[in-house]
Write a protein that binds this ligand. Structure first.
Ligand SMILES: NC(=O)c1ccc[n+]([C@@H]2O[C@H](COP(=O)([O-])OP(=O)(O)OC[C@H]3O[C@@H](n4cnc5c(N)ncnc54)[C@H](OP(=O)(O)O)[C@@H]3O)[C@@H](O)[C@H]2O)c1
Length: 194
């Protein structure tokens, strides 16, 4: 099946300044940074809510799903609302809600054959293995990289196992009062499998 030309695959994660999305053991305690950048914007909850409505589905790796389940178990809620959430895994994982679907296999075929014809705004939300796979296969149109004001020294990289350069076009930069800098890049690399 041909890819829907209106669909857009975005990779979005939050990372430390040194490019890590989690510590080696998977912990993300460091996401709670405290800083103040006087010239920054404030994230308006109303804006965030209406922005999230523009996302049509989420895709994540199994380890990110397991982290999301552990957040939920701690009472921190499910971050993906009622949007279809596709979890990549070869294992038999617990399905906790109707919106979650598991997939195993060829990611390019899944994105171009199944997701692009059905959804416009497709968001890959991690982790590093899946983001790397998405870029390596030339599936991403956009990378949204939010940098927190912290260095953690070691951890899981934003993009694991990239084997070639990925040229980008910087499309947007926003700095927030919290000290977070949100970067949005368009991927210049031509898509494959489309
Ligand atoms: N800072 C942030 O914004 C952010 C965002 C997301 C995640 N995280 C953190 O990142 C860590 C997880 O990242 P990660 O890189 O270790 O793992 P990940 O990308 O979340 O998951 C990788 C796993 O997904 C499965 N998978 C990937 N591609 C597949 C395919 N084509 N078919 C079937 N299964 C596939 C495999 O697991 P199976 O063994 O199940 O097959 C693989 O080991 C967690 O600690 C999480 O908290 C941080």
């Amino acid at each position: 099946m041909l890819a829907n030309p209106d669909s857009r695959v975005t990779i979005h994660m939050v990372a430390s300044l040194d490019g890590f999305i989690a510590r080696k053991d998977g912990s993300v305690d460091w996401l709670e940074t405290s800083d103040e950048f006087a010239g920054g914007d404030t994230l308006d909850p109303g804006f965030v809510e209406s922005f999230l409505k523009t996302i049509d589905c989420y895709v994540m790796g199994s380890r990110t799903y397991e982290t999301a389940l552990s957040f939920e178990a701690k009472g921190l809620g499910w971050a993906y609302g009622d949007k279809p959430t596709f979890v990549l895994t070869s294992r038999d994982l617990r399905r906790t809600r109707d919106t979650v679907e598991f997939y195993s296999g060829d990611l390019a075929q899944f994105v171009n054959g199944r997701l692009r014809p059905a959804f416009r705004a497709i968001w890959f939300v991690g982790g590093g293995v899946v983001s790397g796979e998405c870029l390596r296969l030339g599936l991403a149109d956009e990378v949204r990289y939010s940098i927190l004001p912290i260095l953690i020294g070691d951890g899981i990289s934003f993009f694991e196992n990239l084997d070639s350069d990925v040229p980008l076009h910087l499309a947007e930069v926003k700095a927030y009062k919290s000290g977070m800098v949100a970067l949005r890049y368009e991927v210049r690399k031509p898509r494959t499998g489309a």
